[in-house]
Design a protein around this ligand. Structure first.
Ligand code: ADQ
Length: 489
């Protein structure tokens, strides 16, 4: 901002993401009720100084009629949100199909779908077409609202084709793209049939960001190996044009968690939980119910721990809160039944008349209940098989006051790079290793707990979501300004 002389001026920022940060419920022909979901991204962007941000995205509902669309657009405008209307067919092909069935598993090293391989291959082209059409629909809405000088920040694997659509429309648009998932090794990425088009599109952005240096490196390798371009310390160069590629690790709004812990309702909740689990150590898992989160592996590791440490029976409880997602996808339904089956078996095996070792909830918790749970927990278990960053680990650390609880963290979560020195790092596939880590965490001397917690707490409270968003927008402005200087020289 300083370099562009923008300090003191509000710069317009258009944030484009698949989903708007609201849930919309239709209450009548032309009446909608909206609830803003106060996720990390929302608070991150609210905290960016000198920026006037608007969101563009899908509201998550099908609105086929014009009256409904007009009413929703008007209601959303008050929340600084602009809708992209996607019909059921495109949602099915683009969102459920290409995004969730192809890109999501591939980027998390689960490969292209194995089951029903032929059907997937046959559907692939139509799903990719729908993906491009959907991205073009997002771009059309951006064009309608774009003013010269705006910064456009595209988010995630849903919108990899968007940078190309935007730059084709106006080469001077300032476009940044950030990936919230891992970018896999180029050997995995190159199996994607549409690998060339997507890489070329992302390279149309001025700045490309990832959570970790490794993901950025994988992306640059994909560009050099698959497109034959030149990687430089700054990014990727194609015929004299540089796309900057860098790591921007996300954080959380740690103050929001600290403030919540002071609220009487949260304190009441903490007291209730403390009484409820008095005499037992509490271990916690909070995840979306997704295969990448390694929930069955985590529960099996806990079983192994109970098996090998019978003296801990009745003295420890695992609370696993798993919010269901993508419930219409058969693989996710299968995962839910699998988790229920394992939990039932372990509770039958190790439970007593008065207590069970695992409390498993298939639901979302409200923010205050979540903060209270984080605060009373002795050990948090994050065992993702792959995870872009994993904000649950950050939230847990932010809510630990006097307890100085221990974080067991998968080495395959991006967070391992920032919280690795304070956490116990594990390979979630190695159930014996995780079981041993549970024992280590539960018996850890207080000075070691204190030291580990201090390290992580310092990181979480100084690398916040606001810093992340501010740095990205600053770097994007800077990158464009430098490119302009280069062309003038
Ligand atoms: P997610 O895969 O959704 O995000 P994560 O970073 O852990 O994963 O964030 C989940 C959020 O949902 C957290 O804020 C958590 O509190 C909340 N949550 C999860 N389960 C919940 C429950 N049962 N009840 C209430 N809240 C719950 C994607 C990537 C991550 C990356 C983020 C941000 O997959 O790797 O860290 O984006 O970039």
């Amino acid at each position: 901002f300083r370099r562009l002389g923008l300090r003191g001026m509000k710069q317009r920022l258009l944030v484009v993401a698949n989903r708007l940060p609201v849930s919309a419920n239709r209450r009548g022909e032309d009446h909608w009720s909206l609830e803003i979901s106060a996720g990390g991204l929302v608070s991150a962007l609210l905290g960016v100084k000198d920026v006037d941000a608007k969101w563009i995205g899908w509201a998550g509902v099908n609105v086929p009629d014009e009256i409904g669309q007009r009413a929703l657009t008007k209601a959303l405008a008050e929340k600084r949100c602009i809708p992209v209307f996607l019909d059921e067919e495109i949602v099915h092909q683009y969102y459920n199909g290409y995004c969730n069935n192809i890109l999501w598993p591939l980027f998390h090293y689960l490969g292209l779908p194995q089951e029903d391989r032929l059907a997937t291959t046959r559907n692939f082209e139509s799903q990719f077409d729908a993906y491009k059409r959907a991205n073009q629909m997002f771009a059309d809405v951006v064009y309608q609202h774009y003013q010269e000088g705006d910064v456009i920040w595209c988010h995630d694997y849903h919108l990899m084709f968007l940078p190309k659509c935007l730059k084709d429309h106006d080469i001077n648009m300032k476009v940044g793209w950030f990936l919230h998932t891992p970018f896999p090794s180029s050997e995995i990425y190159r199996t994607l049939p549409s690998r060339l088009e997507l890489l070329r599109s992302v390279l149309c952005a001025d700045l490309v960001g990832f959570h970790t240096y490794d993901y950025a490196r994988h992306f640059v390798s994909a560009c050099t190996r698959i497109l034959g371009l030149e990687g430089t310390p700054e990014g990727v160069e194609d015929q004299g044009r540089l796309t900057r590629v860098a790591a921007f690790p996300i954080g959380i709004d740690s103050d929001r968690f600290k403030r919540a812990l002071e609220l009487p309702a949260v304190k009441r909740h903490i007291n209730e939980l403390t009484q409820r689990f008095a005499g037992r150590k509490v271990m916690l898992g909070v995840d979306r119910l997704d295969m990448i989160k390694g929930i069955p592996q985590k529960i099996l590791a806990f079983e192994k721990f109970l098996e090998e440490n019978p003296d801990w029976n009745d003295k420890v409880v695992l609370l696993q809160i798993a919010v269901p997602t993508r419930t219409d996808v058969p693989e996710y339904q299968k995962l839910t039944s699998q988790v229920h089956e394992i939990v039932g078996r372990i509770n039958g095996r190790f439970g007593t008349l008065t207590a069970v070792p695992i409390h498993h909830l298939d639901r979302s918790l409200d923010f205050h209940a979540l903060c209270a749970l984080y605060a009373v927990t002795d050990v948090a278990l994050v065992t993702s098989l792959r995870d872009g960053m994993n904000l649950v680990s950050y939230e847990y650390v932010a809510c630990q006051g006097s307890k100085k609880g221990v974080l067991i963290l998968s080495e395959f979560a991006g967070a391992a790079q920032s919280l690795g020195a304070g956490a116990i790092l594990v390979n979630p596939w190695n159930i014996t290793e995780v079981a041993d880590s549970i024992h280590h965490a539960l018996t850890m001397p207080s000075d070691e707990r204190e030291k580990r917690h201090r390290h992580n707490y310092a990181h979480v409270t100084t690398h916040t979501a606001q810093d992340w968003a501010e740095t990205f927008v600053f770097e994007l402005n800077d990158t464009v300004a430098e490119a302009l200087l280069r062309t003038r020289q």
